[in-house]
Design a protein around this ligand. Structure first.
Ligand SMILES: *Cc1c(COP(=O)(O)O)cnc(C)c1O
Length: 219
């Protein structure tokens, strides 16, 4: 795997309006550095502990994104440095982020994760729930969290039409909510297998792991 080559190739392929988040989960620090040395600075992890370890040991100008499901009791470990939390799916979690961010005197950018895939295993909330959170008094009073958009994961399938439908639905939802939420700037959708379709459907942030770093080995 030529990590530097892979990341450069993806960047020449995509428009400069699309932000690439390099998903380095399970990969060693040397692999992150291989991408870093090409000038890349935005990396994503799906486990808080692993992200904290990488943050401690790698250059401090890396912007770390948390792309995985977050347990409330883990928020405090990343709140001092995390740049964007992609998968917020409850008001309870937002309240914890607000509380911890306040202690650190930071404002944390978050995305709401919308469930667009069919599979039951995927996290995320429906559009009604997202609106309910955005319109809640509790959220509107928060001054240390900023919801800057939406994130979604399409069904894992090779049925391109199905993926396209799910991403288009998320883009329509994003456009609709943006009318009332001027803070909405970011639509995070697309991974190694489907980022080209996601960009065609209006994504402006893609989360790419294995196409940069190679297949993950979980053993
Ligand atoms: C692992 C992961 C990715 C990257 O997946 P690849 O298929 O390796 O590109 C993207 N988003 C989330 C939420 C992930 O957990």
């Amino acid at each position: 795997m030529d990590i530097a080559e892979n990341i450069k190739n993806i960047k020449t392929e995509i428009s400069s309006k699309v932000t690439l988040v390099a998903i380095s989960k399970t990969k060693p620090n040397e692999d992150v550095m291989a991408a870093y040395e090409t000038g890349h600075r935005i990396f994503g992890e799906n486990k808080v502990q692993e992200m904290v370890e990488k943050w401690e040991n790698l250059p401090k100008d890396i912007q770390w994104h948390m792309v995985g499901h977050v347990q409330r009791n883990k928020v405090k470990y990343m709140v001092t440095f995390v740049d964007l939390i992609h998968a917020v799916d409850s008001l309870k979690l937002l309240k914890e982020i607000e509380k911890q961010a306040k202690k650190s005197n930071r404002t944390i950018q978050c995305l709401l994760q919308i469930k667009i895939a069919e599979e039951d295993t995927k996290y995320g909330i429906n559009v009604d729930k997202a609106e309910e959170i955005l319109q809640s008094e509790a959220f509107q009073k928060m001054s240390h969290v900023k919801i800057v958009g939406l994130m979604g994961m399409a069904t894992l399938t090779d049925n391109e039409e199905k993926i396209r439908k799910e991403f288009s639905f998320l883009k329509d939802t994003f456009d609709e909510l943006q009318k009332k939420q001027p803070s909405f700037t970011t639509l995070s959708m697309g991974m190694s297998g489907d980022y080209k379709i996601a960009i065609e459907c209006g994504s402006n942030m893609i989360r790419v792991g294995s196409s940069i770093f190679g297949e993950r080995n979980y053993n």
